[in-house]
Ligand binder design. Structure first.
Ligand code: ADP
Ligand code: MG
Length: 254
């Protein structure tokens, strides 16, 4: 098989004396959607944060397209990368959190054009055209000139997704993107994510939406206590889980 787009290799992380991730490994191939499920406190957010080096793993490595995150080879030796290079590498991954963190004083479209214009030096007209395409994709073209506070949580989250996509990431990381939303707003956000998956975007999605995981994921990863207890296609994880911990978690959430 070809090189995975994302490889998480034996990543461990502790806070104080508390081991939060214990040698977690995961391969995500281009075009795959992997959903990470598990109880609160099992290390799911820490894992995503280790992927884009918002947290530094204590040991282990993360590779994006075969390139080690935060490091580069020089004369056969692995060196720490400069902050500038790391920023470039990080931008290849989009991240969407539970909270939307839009710029409150900027219009919706400005939230989407900001990154491309400031960071990627895209000209204003091009950035706006691309932003409008993305806002259409998430169903919010008519809100382009609105301010975030006038939008519902679900609409704000869809803007956050459009803003992430504007940076043309190779991979999207989602950390419970619908957990802060009122139940009636969840569906629209999941629909956007479903469309994205259908277009072939590579995605790692931490979620409590088991229906989404079952329908959309190619691969489901069950974490508990900082380890991957079990992973496999959704039919296997939801239909015939091998481990007692997986079964008891699913019995609680389904
Ligand atoms: P999940 O996303 O699965 O709920 P987290 O990755 O957020 O789990 O947290 C896993 C464990 O690590 C929890 O016990 C949490 O309290 C702890 N933890 C996470 N981040 C930090 C931090 N920055 N400092 C100390 N403890 C942390
Ligand atoms: Mg979390």
């Amino acid at each position: 098989m070809d090189v995975p787009l994302l490889r998480i290799e034996q990543v461990s992380k502790s806070f104080g004396g508390h081991r939060v991730l214990c040698e977690v490994s995961l391969d995500v191939h281009a075009g795959q959607v992997q959903c990470v499920i598990g109880p609160s406190g099992s290390g799911k957010s820490t894992l995503l944060r280790c992927v884009n080096l918002l947290e530094t793993p204590d040991s282990g490595h993360v590779y994006l397209d075969g390139e080690p995150m935060g490091h580069r080879w020089k004369n056969g030796v692995l060196h720490q990368m400069s902050a500038g290079r790391l920023a470039v590498q990080r931008r290849q991954m989009g991240m969407v959190f539970q909270g939307f963190h839009l710029f409150p004083h900027r219009r919706v479209i400005e939230n989407v054009t900001e990154g491309p214009m400031v960071v990627n030096k895209v000209d204003r007209a091009t950035a706006r055209r691309q932003a409008m395409e993305l806002l259409s994709k998430v169903g919010l073209a008519e809100k382009a000139e609105a301010y975030p506070e006038s939008l519902s949580g679900g609409q704000q989250q869809r803007v956050a997704i459009a803003r992430s996509l504007a940076m043309r990431p190779k991979l999207m990381l989602f950390d419970e993107p619908t957990s802060a939303l009122d139940p009636e707003l969840v569906g629209d956000v999941l629909d956007v994510m479903r469309d994205l998956a259908g277009e072939g975007m590579t995605m790692v999605v931490v979620t409590h939406e088991m229906g989404f995981a079952r329908d959309v994921a190619d691969h489901v990863v069950f974490m508990d206590g900082g380890v991957v207890v079990e992973s496999g296609p959704p039919e296997q994880i939801f239909g015939a889980p091998e481990h007692e911990r997986t079964r008891s978690f699913l019995a609680r959430v389904l």
